[in-house]
Structure formats: C-alpha cells, structure tokens
Design a binder for this molecule. Structure first.
Ligand SMILES: Nc1ncnc2c1ncn2[C@@H]1O[C@H](COP(=O)(O)OP(=O)(O)OP(=O)(O)O)[C@@H](O)[C@H]1O
Ligand SMILES: [Mg+2]
Length: 249
C-alpha cells in the first residue's frame, strides 16, 4: 500500500498556518499590518488571557465590501498584487494573501467590516472550515475576532507561553509597529486595563517620548544614511540613555 499521500487541504492549511502564526503576537502583527495597509488611523486591540483565550482587533481603515470580505479569508486571496512581477514594487506590508486564511484555520474566526457605504458584513470561518457571511452593522473599518487560538491544533497550543509572556509579546509587536507609524493611534487593553495607549503623534520624536519618556526621547540622536537605493533614518539612544529609558517604562 502506498505511504505517500497528498494531505487533505484543511490539514495542509493548518500545517502551513504555522509559518504565519505561532502565537497571539504573530496574529496581532498580521492584523495590525492589514489595518495599516487599509489606511487605518486608529488600531485597538483587546486580549483575554494574553490573547490565548481571545483577541479582538478593531480598525478604522477602508473596510471591505461583502464580496471582498468573503474572498479575503480564502487562500492566496489578496488585493495587493496581481502578477509575480508586482512583488518587485510592492509598497504594502502584506501581499501573500496568506494571513487571514492561516489565522482562520486555527481558531474560531469572525470578521466584521464595512466600507461606510451600505450595510456591513460579518464573515465567520470556524477552524478554516465552512465560511458563512451575513449582513452586519459596523462603522467604516474592520473588526477581527480570534477566539480560542489553536483549539484545533493541540501541538501548537501546547507551545503557548504564560498569559503574561504572550501579553508582553503582543505589546512588543504593537510597540514596534507604533514606532514605524507615529501618526496612527495604537491601543492595547485587557479586561478594561490599558496596557498601551499611544494617541496619534505629530512625528517620530513625539512617539518615542510617549514610549520612553520625554527626557530619553530628547537625548536620542538623529541617524540618517543613504547608499544607492537604500536609505536609513531614525533615532539612536546611547547605551546609558537606553538603559534609563527601559527602567522608566
Ligand atoms: N483590516 C482590513 N481592512 C481592509 N481590508 C483588509 C483588512 N484585512 C484584510 N483585508 C483585505 O483582505 C486581503 C487578504 O488579507 P491577508 O492578510 O490574508 O493577505 P495580504 O495582506 O494581502 O497578504 P499577507 O498574507 O502577506 O498579509 C487583503 O489583501 C486586503 O485586501
Ligand atoms: Mg495581510
């Protein structure tokens, strides 16, 4: 009898999902990147048990039409590229069309969205199985609800760390994205407790001040370098300044 068999598509999807999402923080990273690609000015995340039990991300980006919302959870479905050559000039954070189907295949997944014109849409995809959609009211933007991450992939669930460690990883991912996008409001909360509250900042220095304190941000040095097609810019803290900033966080 043959030993080599092609995997059932759902099993293959769940295995592949591990490449994209391995903990709540990677789910939050993918969903924040989608929100930023959709032009969101405000991104709010709520977690329960550090994201192990539940996480919700709300954005005020472009939202999706009913058809786009239903398609968005399918594998290799993206609005960001059309042909392989587009990868050379991609300006968005995502383009693979992998994140939503991967996340949906390893949790109880719900996405509610609206473009602000006409009725909104709710799409439910439980464990990557059947996808159902129905009309739902929602302001312009998108809310994604990820319940019981990895409930159907026990091996991955077993690798999740404590709620405290997962919560810290979520905050770290959001902090990194917040530094890269100072003009966007980022909030993270758990059970009504604010873990991260970063109102839209005028510029990068103001965002650094929100995160590390005004003194530490002022002491940082501007870094700028250009070489050929590459350009690097930002701020660097002295080792002493960075140590102080960390203590005062
Ligand atoms: N928050 C959102 N607001 C508006 N549109 C969204 C949002 N999230 C996803 N989409 C739409 O759904 C599509 C699929 O999202 P998904 O994250 O799966 O793929 P991607 O972002 O194109 O690529 P990648 O897998 O690299 O993240 C996106 O291309 C985008 O058109
Ligand atoms: Mg994406």
């Amino acid at each position: 009898m043959s030993q080599v068999k092609v995997l059932d598509p759902l099993v293959a999807q769940q295995v592949a999902a591990g490449e994209v999402v391995d903990r709540p923080a990677s789910v939050v990273k993918e969903l924040c990147e989608n929100a930023l690609d959709a032009g969101a000015r405000r991104i709010e995340v709520e977690v329960a048990d550090g994201g192990r039990q539940r996480l919700l991300l709300r954005d005020d980006g472009s939202g999706m039409s009913e058809e786009d919302a239903r398609t968005s959870v399918l594998r290799h479905a993206t609005s960001k590229i059309r042909a392989a050559g587009d990868i050379e000039s991609v300006a968005t954070l995502g383009f693979r069309g992998e994140a939503l189907p991967s996340i949906a295949s390893v949790c109880a997944f719900s996405l509610t969205t609206s473009t602000g014109r006409g009725a909104g849409t709710n799409v439910i995809a439980d464990g990557g199985g059947k996808v159902t959609s129905s009309p739902a009211s929602h302001p312009k933007g998108t809310t994604v609800f990820v319940d019981r991450l990895f409930y159907n992939v026990p091996a991955r669930r077993a690798f999740l760390k404590s709620a405290r460690a997962e919560r810290a990883a979520v905050a770290e991912v959001m902090t990194g994205l917040a530094v890269a996008h100072p003009k966007v409001t980022f909030r993270l909360a758990e059970k009504g407790r604010r873990l991260l509250s970063l109102p839209a900042a005028g510029d990068l220095v103001e965002r650094l001040a929100q995160l590390y304190g005004v003194g530490a941000a002022r002491a940082m040095r501007r870094v700028e370098h250009e070489s050929g097609a590459y350009k690097v810019s930002g701020y660097a803290a002295s080792p002493r300044g960075a140590a102080r900033a960390r203590r005062s966080r």
